[in-house]
Design a binder for this molecule. Sequence first.
Ligand code: DX5
Ligand code: ZN
Length: 217
Amino acid sequence: MNILSPSLLSVDFNHAADDIKIITDAGAKWLHLDVMDGSFVPNISYGAPVIKAFRETTDAFFDIHLMIDEPIRYIDDFITAGGEMITIHYEACSDVKTTLEIIRSKGAQCGIAIKPGTSVSEIENLITEVDMVLVMSVEPGFGGQKFMPEALDKLKQVKRLANEKNHSLLIQVDGGINKDNARKAVASGANVLVAGSAVFSGDKAENVKMLNELINS
Ligand code: DX5
Ligand code: ZN
């Protein structure tokens, strides 16, 4: 079963609780929460208090994507707010291993994300230390960007490494995913697909159903 993780970066924040209900009723089991600090990425989104408020509206699995410098400082906050998967950026940490260990020790699953300019070989030795690898298919910072097809090769590399190491791994792709490229991403190894604008533009429930069917057919 491949997983759709709708990104709430594209939600209408005035109606977030209603929209969360619409997309989870339509079959979304995960929600992707993009945290941006205006330093690691050139945009600011929201932090732990907002995630805590979302948490009160739903039982969906909370997949938190931390686009912040030195996330080690805030792991506790995001787990307390309801994070179940905490993904940090390889490029944002001075001590990646310790950051991952702290996430694990506090009872959450951990993921490692790489930007388009970071090669898979740089995180090769971390693959067995994580529950999920996130391959960015846009420069992190904004929703609504165009999918970078170079990500497909990186997904294949991650998948090959996970197989070689016999490690059961979630492989997430994030950025510009839509009905035209979702199946290619799955064919390349992705099993968790983030979609922001493709879910929230138009009929949200229909989009969730259509994407879920597409990635599982
Ligand atoms: C970008 C974020 C993404 C973004 C995806 O930095 O990490 O999760 O919300 O949005 P779309 O699907 O519109 O590219
Ligand atoms: Zn994201």
